[in-house]
Write a protein of this length. Structure first.
Length: 143
């Protein structure tokens, strides 16, 4: 009888291990699938955050430039020919004009030839220079 009980106990243990192993395999597969899904969701989240950041930068710069344009109004327009004639009227070299505006000689050249346009802050400085006469410009340059 003792042998029968030990055989029965061994068989029950074997069947229990078999059932547990089958359940564990199912859980391992589900766990691996969940990890894969979580990793995919994290990648999507990171991509969405990058997109939101990019759109936020665009909207901030667009709203800032719109607000700046509203505050400046239509008074601060720029024409390359007008800028060149202003420099000639004030009898300044391109280097002197650049020094007066806080930009390089090359920048003045590009503005006059229409290869580039000044930024809003630079437009404001150009507007200030437009209001000055030859003497005031020479005083500012220290000549």
């Amino acid at each position: 009888m003792a042998q029968f009980a030990s055989v029965l106990k061994a068989e029950i243990s074997r069947l229990a291990r078999k059932e547990v192993r089958a359940e564990i395999e199912k859980l391992k597969k589900a766990s691996a699938q969940y990890r894969s899904d979580i990793a995919a969701l994290k990648r999507r989240l990171a991509e969405q955050q990058r997109l939101i950041a990019r759109l936020g930068k665009k909207s901030r710069s667009a709203s800032a430039s719109a607000a700046e344009n509203e505050s400046q109004g239509a008074a601060l327009r720029f024409r390359s020919g007008g800028f060149a004639s202003l420099r000639k009227k004030l009898e300044l070299s391109a280097a002197e004009m650049g020094k007066l505006l806080g930009v390089s000689l090359q920048t003045v050249y590009h503005w006059e030839h229409g290869k580039a346009k000044p930024r809003a802050a630079q437009l404001a400085r150009i507007a200030e220079v437009r209001k000055l006469g030859k003497r005031a410009v020479r005083e500012r340059l220290g000549v």
